[in-house]
Design a protein around this ligand. Structure first.
Ligand code: ADP
Ligand code: ZN
Ligand code: ZN
Length: 840
């Protein structure tokens, strides 16, 4: 008799006996549903299924998805009949228990579904999709094996050549297409394009070696002599012997040589083929890591006394604090300090995670770390292929990678024994994910992770976020300062040029003051490098009609289109829409269209005209789309093949160049005047980082020139004096007075709808409901954001502010309830609401 009669399948396909237990699993599905789903475990998997393993399940009528087991139990669901899970993909957990706990915490904290977290966490190579394809097997010759229904379906597959699971399910009108496919595969009637398995494919390298009978000295000599008549073939053998010294060391032949690099040498490919056919050579395949095994070759750097002291202070801080903030000026050698601490943590047997903002994760830093830590270090980067990401994931589980350097999504990796997490450039806003959910902040998640694994967190920055610095001054984090550059290099000298005045005095040429041009000239003559910073890409942000004032705008977003001269087109930087450039004003027909404002492309163009002999490069989103373009630009600049590098904020992050003596900054005013409570902080951070690229070696003091129309701005004296404390003092006073973070926590709700009144109505309804429940001083808005329409959706924001010491758990539930209320209310049909916890 069964313990759970209700769960017994009607078909009796799995008969139950009294002593047998039926297991169920609650799984996380990679979809935005707010709960776990229960599936029944077929008997064949009963003693193998584990928490954290992936399973294939059917979801809805036709979808086959990969899910992760969160719980194993014996209680059938009350409200629905549990389906059987279709396949067990892992014999050992792919997701650790601490990850599962983290995913749940993130879903709760960031108000999203745990499935959404998992979907972002797992590399695509670990997920299978219902898009896999089914194809007729041309070798199939046992039609008598098929059921009539299968024969029918197979005919259809034959007709259509290939079908996805979804298409097949629709066609077959069956509930469980997976069983049908499985049966067809079992009878060898169809082939699956992409086996319902991992997408991950290991990297295979073909190698080449002499057939064993030629390794012996005498046989080898005879072979070479015999080949006298075919010199090309003889040359192949001799080349091989140069690569692999078989004569001196016969054992070396076992590994042979890499075939692809061998054939790159000046040898005849057809002769090699002949030798392979003759059996002189043999080839074989090996599976290799995508991360070329590098031996650690460099010793860790010898720390300067100041760095040594910083390390000691950090270690002292870790004794009673989980997190320490390292405030170290640009070029102080924070990386060296990190390396030292990483070494210690690894020696103690624990794992280390080193987080960097996306763009800073360049070969510069990777090479530096690989030299020291060899192949213990895994790299996790968004420009890496999915296979490489899977390899890092599995490498952590297997213990191959003890140390990972990665971007924000590296917090999702399966660590279970972290000793140290470093968050470099902790103030960077790119640590926050904006879309899709979970809208998490990697720095904050890192602190939580560290807490649960008893690890320590080191936050590092030359310009800490106001939040982190505040926590440090309050004693919540330790605070360690490193305020001198390494090797006594001086911080750069910052000068302002008043462009208003220069214009009045006719001392401007286009966007450049004469003084700045003079400095560029000087630098070129001295063969030193310059960096030109303008945080706006494209040629110009506006195309305007001189006669009627018409401006080219995106028809899906409420922004002007940026003119890109190189492609002769107008582009929307919000939705990506492109238009050919207009010859005439579409409003009045005038041909007097002109560009207003300037981006990096125009600066580059102008500089080429002014300094035709200079080697000028541009680094922005447009010039770095190709996989290695960014590296290429950096290495050319490093090697002194570029005189001037024009770029957006991409050039500000963590790059270490030693021949830059001049940095020119354009359009700082726009950044400083941006209407946001964080604009002073952000401007200070960005400008300090850009300036910090100059004069990183002690023999040349760097110079930074800022062109501004408002040199009186209160931010400049602090910037020039590199007075972070002064910035902090002022900002923290304002934050307290106006109740902004770190004194409050912010949650932003954004209602979206293609019609403006509908978006506004939904936002208003939300604001009213929340005001009622939370009080008027916690609810701001609704208000249209600066860009009020993006991709044809009108936006309205409601901003919620909560005192820091408040426990938000209950409040978040209440917010979710109100949001759900709007989403399910027919009066607000078509409205989307985006919830952003700790919005920036
Ligand atoms: P930060 O990250 O603080 O801006 P880096 O770690 O990039 O600074 O260091 C700046 C430069 O100084 C780098 O070129 C680095 O190699 C060099 N440097 C710093 N500390 C040392 C050290 N202890 N020994 C040798 N070189 C160092
Ligand atoms: Zn016009
Ligand atoms: Zn647009």
């Amino acid at each position: 008799m069964s313990l759970f009669p209700t769960a017994q399948p009607a078909s009796g396909e799995y008969p139950l006996f009294a002593e047998e237990i039926t297991y169920f699993v609650d799984v996380i599905l990679p979809v935005p549903v707010p709960r776990l789903f229960t599936y029944r475990v077929p008997r064949e998997y009963a003693d193998r299924v584990q928490v954290g393993a992936r399973v294939v399940v059917q979801f809805g009528k036709t979808k086959v998805v990969t899910a992760v087991v969160a719980k194993i139990h014996t209680k059938p669901p009350e409200r629905y009949q549990a389906k059987y899970l279709l396949e067990l993909l892992d014999e050992t957990p792919l997701v650790t228990r601490s990850q599962l706990a983290l995913f749940e915490w993130m879903a709760e904290y960031y108000l999203c579904c745990v499935g959404e977290v998992m979907n972002v966490a797992l590399p695509a190579g670990l997920k299978i999709s219902s898009l896999s394809k089914v194809q007729f097997n041309p070798d199939f010759d046992h039609p008598e094996l098929l059921t009539p229904r299968e024969a029918e379906i197979l005919d259809e597959i034959k007709k259509q050549q290939s079908l996805t699971y979804d298409e097949l399910a629709r066609l077959a009108e069956v509930q469980n297409v997976y069983h049908l496919i499985k049966s067809l595969v079992g009878k060898h009637a169809v082939i699956l394009f992409e086996e319902l398995k991992d997408k991950y494919a290991p990297k295979v390298v073909r190698r080449l070696r002499l057939a064993p009978e030629f390794v012996e000295r005498g046989a080898l000599t005879a072979l070479v002599q015999e080949l006298e008549k075919t010199p090309k073939q003889q040359e192949v053998v001799l080349q091989y012997l140069r690569d692999v010294p078989v004569q001196q060391n016969p054992a070396a032949n076992r590994h042979g040589t890499d075939k692809s690099s061998f054939t790159k040498a000046e040898i005849s490919a057809s002769s090699l083929d002949t030798l392979l056919k003759k059996g002189v050579f043999e080839q074989y395949d090996v599976i290799v890591s995508r991360f070329a095994d590098l031996e650690a070759s460099a010793p860790a750097p010898v720390l300067s006394p100041a760095q040594e002291q910083a390390v000691q202070e950090i270690l002292t801080g870790f004794q009673d604090k989980a997190a320490v903030l390292l405030h170290g000026v640009t070029g102080s050698g924070k990386t060296e300090v990190y390396i030292h601490l990483i070494r210690q943590a690894l020696d103690a047997g624990s794992q280390v995670l080193y987080l960097l903002p996306e763009i800073a994760l360049t070969t510069q830093i990777v090479v530096r770390l690989k030299k020291i830590f060899g192949d213990k270090v895994g790299i996790y980067h968004s420009k890496f292929s999915d296979n490489e990401r899977v390899e890092v994931w599995k490498g952590i589980l297997s213990g191959k990678f003890q140390f990972v350097v990665g971007v924000r999504s590296a917090i999702f990796l399966p660590f279970d024994n972290l000793g140290l997490i470093i968050v470099d450039e902790e103030h960077e806003s790119s640590y926050k994910q904006f879309d899709p959910a979970p809208r998490y902040h990697a720095r904050d998640v890192a602190i939580l992770m560290a807490h649960s694994q008893q690890a320590k967190v080191l936050l590092g920055s030359a310009t800490p976020s106001i939040e982190s610095y505040y926590h440090a001054t309050q004693g919540r984090y330790g605070l360690v300062k490193l305020l001198k550059r390494y090797g006594d290099a001086a911080l750069p000298d910052i000068e302002l040029i008043d462009t208003k005045q220069a214009r009045r005095q006719k001392a401007m040429q286009g966007e450049f003051s004469h003084e700045l041009l003079h400095r560029f000239r000087e630098n070129l003559d001295k063969k030193e490098q310059s960096i030109v910073f303008q945080n706006r890409r494209g040629y110009s942000p506006y195309l305007q009609c001189d006669d009627c004032g018409w401006i080219a705008k995106c028809d899906q977003c409420d922004v002007s289109l940026t003119y890109h001269q190189g492609q002769a087109e107008l582009r929307c930087h919000y939705c990506g829409q492109k238009e050919a450039i207009h010859r005439k004003c579409p409003a009045c027909g005038s041909v007097k269209l002109r560009t207003v404002g300037f981006g990096t492309e125009k600066l580059e163009d102008d500089l080429r005209l002014i300094f035709p002999e200079a080697r000028i490069q541009r680094m922005d989103l447009d010039t770095t789309r190709a996989k290695n373009a960014f590296q290429q630009l950096i290495s050319e600049f490093e090697q002194g093949e570029t005189d001037m590098l024009v770029g957006t904020q991409m050039i500000s992050k963590g790059l270490d160049f030693d021949r830059v003596s001049l940095v020119a900054i354009f359009d700082a005013d726009r950044m400083i005047n941006f209407p946001d409570f964080r604009s002073a902080e952000r401007s200070f951070q960005l400008l300090t980082q850009v300036a910090g690229r100059a004069g990183r070696r002690s023999d040349r003091r760097g110079r930074v020139i800022i062109q501004t129309s408002n040199p009186q701005n209160a931010l400049f004296p602090k910037l020039i004096a590199n007075d972070y404390e002064a910035l902090f003092g002022e900002e923290i006073r304002e934050r307290e007075e106006f109740r902004y973070p770190p004194f409050t926590r912010l949650i932003k709700l954004t209602a979206k709808h293609p019609d403006q009144p509908d978006a506004r109505r939904a936002a208003l309804a939300l604001a009213e409901k929340l005001t009622e429940k939370l009080g008027a001083d916690r609810v701001l808005g609704p208000e249209a954001p600066l860009v009020e329409r993006i991709r044809n959706q009108f936006l309205f924001d409601v901003l919620l502010k909560f005192e820091r010491n408040l426990n938000l758990k209950a409040i978040k539930q209440l917010i979710q309830t109100e949001v759900d209320g709007i989403l399910t209310d027919k009066a607000h049909k078509g409205v989307h609401v985006v919830v952003d916890v700790d919005c920036l």
